[in-house]
Structures are given as structure tokens and as C-alpha cells.
Design a protein around this ligand. Structure first.
Ligand code: ADP
Length: 512
């Protein structure tokens, strides 16, 4: 019976360790055994036996060797720890239960394995992330390239379209404005028949402009140029432009407003004009009977325009889609590209506004446009006087390679009081400017032999300061900048009409 606390503790510890002892002599023969050998599977160990026949981990061990062997498996499959304690020519082999140690080791191993797995997972995820990032970069690059190509393509296409369109619209207008010939039945009919050509040409031009705007909006290249605008005048102008369309369809177009003529607001006039024409144009296009009512309000800083029509309406499931570029309801039977609304909405957003649409099929559509239009004082600048003729006879050099356009511009300029010398490329233009002093030069850019830029560079290099106006089908901003850097005095985009040329000539010619 243990009688002290330390004896009790020792006993408990020994019980827990569940020790077994084998004493061997210097030849490793068993001298004595004690403790719970059977539990570990060493029950066959008998006095006089060579201990290494039963306990294989003692093979090769000397009897005078002190050693601690960590967790081993006993013959009974139990985890044991073994201590070899040499003393007085004998060796005591102490075998102890190492289950706790073993469990701890197992747990640590398990944790290490789990850690390893987690690290492996982390490594894989990082690799995936890296590869996704690379793919994304690659895709971004491709998208940027595609967008650049699209922009370039759109500008190119627009250029190709604008040049022949200039000729179509210009000649049609020329025939309609012809005052010199007698108005016999033939010429009246001709003028009448030319109207659809002019209208179709203008329609095509609008489509080209829409495609260009679509590309510019995608590339974030739409620039808003606000200036003081008399709001009521702008609305009246839209009304005047759209009335003939409504009349042709026998529907009422009503403009209601309560806007003071003294209300001027700071907005981009041409962009707002474009948006209103698109929205009112749609209302008229999709209304076959009834009316289109345009109601406008101006608060201090907000312009609100409500366009209500009694047209075919839009199905609820289509309402979200109509704002997508190129989307059109399938059964309207109307001509269009599906670009107008998407462009309008995006331009309004760029101008700090919003568009909301509600509609009921068979009843009509209501579009509300809200726009930031800070009120401002009246514009200082005088409204430009529209003139179709130069104040005095001018000698003009025209460098233009397209024969039809050149003929048209020569005719228009001659009617506007000018003597025109026409050349077909930049080299001939340089020669002509060396030979003769002109009042004004109109220079195309894309020409064979020598382009307009090179020609301008040469004559400016020679000190010639004649006013030069670039006249091109290119609408790329970089072209305009280059023209400015080379010392051009003006830039006109085709199709140009004589009013534009006279107006810009007025600005650049020295006052007499
Ligand atoms: P487009 O008029 O060239 O077809 P839009 O982008 O202006 O292209 O309009 C897209 C579509 O939205 C139209 O094709 C039409 O289906 C629908 N839509 C637009 N405005 C109206 C309207 N006022 N009434 C009915 N449908 C409309």
C-alpha cells in the first residue's frame, strides 16, 4: 500500500505507462522479466533466451548501450517507447505504452498533411489566378485592338461614304436651286424628281453619322461642347424640321412649352438637337394616326422634355432591349438601324442627363428626357448671318482629286462670286501657289502624288501665308489637329455646302 502522496503519484504514473521490463546479460540473454510483457506481445520471452530472437529492434545493440527509442510498433501492434538502461554488466529494457505520444505524432502528421494540401490548393489557385489574369490581359489587348480596328474601320467607311454622298446631295441641291433656267414643265419635274435623291442622300448621311457616333461613344471619344443656347429657339428649330414629316403622315405634331425667350442655358446645342430629332423622329415614325406631343419645361438648371405619341407602342418585354445598339422590334415594318435610341441615351448620359421610357402596346409611348442645362446669360456673340456669296470677287485654288466633287465645288464657288483654279493633287497645288497669288485655298487631304498635308507643309515652309482651308471627308480628330499644327486656317468636313465655305472664308480672310 503506498503511504505517501509521491508514492501514490508514482504508482499512478507507472500504471499509466504500463511498464514491462526485460533484464539481459552482456550476451543479451534474458536474465529476468517483469511487468506486463504479454500486453505488448512479448509473452514468449523466457529467461535464458537470446532477447534479439523476440525483440527485433535490439538486433545489433550492445548490452552497455544506453538508448531511447521513440515510438515503435510492438508485436501486438501497440505503439511503444523503449529505453535501454545499462547497469552493472546488465541491460534493462524498459518498454512503455506510447499511445498518447503516437496519437500526438499522428495528429501532428495529419496537420502537416492538411497544411501541405492547403498549400498545394493555394498554389493551384494562385496558378489559376495568374493564368486567368494573363488571359484577361490578352483578351483586353484583343478587345482594345478590335475597338481600335472598329473605330478605324468606321472612320474609313464614313470617309468612303461621305465623298460620293457629297456629290449626290450637292448635285441634287444644285438642280433644285437652279434659278437661271426657265421653269418649264420639264425642269419643274426634274426638280421634283430630284427631291427623293436629296432626301435619300441625307438619310444615308445620317446613318453614316450614327455609325460614327456609335464608334466614338464606344471609344469614349464624344466631346461635349456646351455654350449659351436660347432654349426656345432650339425647340422651335426642331419643331420646324419635324413638322413636314408629321404632315406627310397626317398626324399632329404639337410643341407645348412654357419657356421664356430670355431663358438661355449652357448646353451642347448640336448634340441636344441631334437627340431631340432622334426622339421626335422615332415618335413620328412609329405613329400612324393621332399625335405626337412634345412638352418642355425648364427649371433653373434642368431641362425636361416629354415626348408622347399615340403610336404602336412597345411590348413590356422589349422595353429593356430597345436601348441596345442595333436592336429593333421585329414587327414594326419601319426602316431603321436600331442605333438612334442607343446613341441618344448615351449622349444624354454624357451630357449629365437621363432618359426614361414607358409604353403600352397599341396605345403609345412616352419618353422623358432630363438634362442638366445650367441657366446662363444671353450669348455675347452675334448670331452669324447666313450668306451664300462672298462679299467681293475672290480667286480660289481648289485642290481636289475627286472629279465629281471638284466640278460641284467649282460650280458652287463660281455662283458665290469666285474665280476658281482646280488642280488634282498636292504637287500641282504647290506649283499653282508658286505661280499665282490666291485669296483662298481649299485643300483636300487624301490625294494621289502628294497629299494635302505635304503640300501645306511645303508652301508654309516657303513663307506663303495664303489662307488655307482643309476640306476633307475625314472626321478623325487627329487629322483636324494635324491640319491646325501645319498652320491651316480652317477645317471643313465633307459634304460641305457653299454657306459653310462662305462663312469660314469670312472668318479667315483679312477684312478689306
Ligand atoms: P430605329 O428607329 O432606327 O429602328 P432606334 O434605336 O431609334 O432605332 O429604336 C430602336 C427600336 O425601338 C425601334 O426599332 C422600335 O422598335 C423601338 N422604338 C423606339 N421608339 C419608339 C416609339 N416612339 N414607339 C414605338 N417603338 C419605338
Amino acid at each position: 500500500m503506498p503511504n505517501t502522496l509521491s508514492e501514490t503519484i508514482n504508482k499512478k504514473l507507472l500504471e499509466k505507462l504500463n511498464l514491462a521490463f526485460i533484464n539481459v546479460d552482456s550476451d543479451m540473454r534474458v536474465v529476468q522479466t517483469s511487468g506486463n510483457l504479454a500486453q505488448y506481445g512479448y509473452d514468449e520471452v523466457a529467461v535464458g533466451d537470446d532477447v534479439t530472437e523476440h525483440v527485433d529492434f535490439l538486433v545489433g545493440i550492445d548490452s552497455d548501450q544506453a538508448l531511447t527509442l521513440p515510438v515503435l510498433a510492438s508485436p501486438a501492434g501497440m505503439p511503444v517507447s523503449v529505453n535501454l538502461m545499462p547497469e552493472s554488466g546488465q541491460l534493462t529494457v524498459v518498454i512503455a505504452d506510447a499511445k498518447d505520444q503516437f496519437d500526438l505524432q499522428q495528429m501532428l502528421q495529419q496537420k502537416a498533411n492538411e497544411n501541405q494540401l492547403l498549400m498545394e490548393k493555394q498554389r493551384k489557385l494562385l496558378a489559376q489566378l495568374h493564368s486567368a489574369q494573363t488571359q484577361l490581359k490578352e483578351k483586353n489587348k484583343k478587345l482594345e485592338e478590335a475597338s481600335r480596328l472598329q473605330s478605324g474601320f468606321l472612320s474609313g467607311v464614313s470617309h468612303e461614304f461621305r465623298t460620293p454622298l457629297s456629290a449626290i446631295i450637292g448635285y441634287a441641291e444644285l438642280i433644285q436651286q437652279d434659278k437661271s433656267k426657265e421653269h418649264n414643265q420639264g425642269t419643274l419635274e426634274l426638280k421634283h424628281n430630284v427631291e427623293p435623291i436629296r432626301r435619300a442622300g441625307n438619310h444615308l448621311l445620317t446613318l453614316v453619322e450614327n455609325l460614327l457616333d456609335h464608334g466614338r461613344l464606344d471609344a469614349g471619344e464624344i466631346v461635349i461642347n456646351p455654350k449659351p443656347v436660347q432654349v426656345i429657339a432650339l425647340l422651335k428649330d426642331v419643331e420646324q424640321m419635324m413638322q413636314p414629316l408629321a404632315r406627310a403622315k397626317h398626324i399632329d405634331l404639337v410643341f407645348n412649352d412654357d419657356i421664356d425667350p430670355g431663358h438661355w442655358a449652357y448646353i451642347d446645342e448640336s448634340r441636344l438637337h441631334q437627340c431631340l430629332i432622334n426622339l421626335v423622329g422615332n415618335a413620328i415614325k412609329f405613329t400612324d394616326s393621332g399625335s405626337v406631343v412634345v412638352t418642355s419645361y425648364c427649371d433653373a438648371d434642368i431641362l425636361r422634355v416629354l415626348i408622347q405619341d399615340t403610336g404602336i407602342g412597345i411590348a413590356p418585354e422589349d422595353l429593356a432591349k430597345i436601348r441596345l445598339p442595333f436592336w429593333q422590334a421585329s414587327d414594326t415594318g419601319k426602316v431603321g438601324t436600331g442605333l438612334g435610341l442607343s446613341i441618344t441615351e448615351r449622349i444624354i448620359e454624357v451630357m449629365g442627363g437621363s432618359l426614361s421610357i414607358s409604353s403600352e402596346i397599341g396605345v403609345g409611348t412616352e419618353v422623358t428626357m432630363e438634362l442638366s442645362a445650367p441657366q446662363t446669360g444671353e450669348a455675347d456673340e452675334q448670331m452669324p448671318v447666313v450668306k451664300c456669296e462672298f462679299d467681293q470677287k475672290l480667286s480660289i485654288l481648289l485642290a481636289e482629286d475627286d472629279y465629281d466633287i471638284a466640278q460641284l465645288v467649282v460650280l458652287l464657288l463660281e455662283e458665290a462670286n469666285a474665280d476658281v483654279t482646280h488642280v488634282e493633287n498636292g504637287e500641282l497645288a504647290v506649283k499653282a501657289m508658286r505661280r499665282q497669288d490666291f485669296d483662298l485655298v481649299l485643300m483636300d487631304i487624301n490625294m494621289p502624288v502628294m497629299n494635302g498635308y505635304e503640300a501645306i507643309k511645303i508652301v508654309r515652309g516657303e513663307g506663303n501665308e495664303v489662307p488655307i482651308i482643309v476640306m476633307t471627308a475625314s472626321v478623325i480628330e487627329a487629322d483636324r489637329e494635324q491640319a491646325q499644327q501645319l498652320g491651316c486656317d480652317g477645317y471643313l468636313c465633307k459634304p460641305v455646302d457653299v454657306i459653310d465655305i462662305v462663312a469660314i472664308a469670312d472668318q479667315v480672310l483679312p477684312r478689306s
